[in-house]
Design a protein around this ligand. Structure first.
Ligand SMILES: [Zn+2]
Length: 50
């Protein structure tokens, strides 16, 4: 089961929606921007903060 999560590219700062599967944490994501394509992607945990 995957969870809808926002991801952020650490290289260009682009944020995009994706799915994070806790059972497959080793999946590597790639920035969707063709001029970037960095694999430095981090899932943004949805914490409720001010
Ligand atoms: Zn990027």
């Amino acid at each position: 089961m995957s969870v809808a999560t926002k991801f952020k590219c650490l290289r260009c700062g682009h944020e995009f929606d994706g799915h994070y599967d806790p059972k497959a944490p080793l999946v590597e994501w790639t920035c969707p921007l063709p001029e970037c394509k960095s694999n430095s992607i981090r899932p943004m945990k949805e914490k409720k903060r001010e």
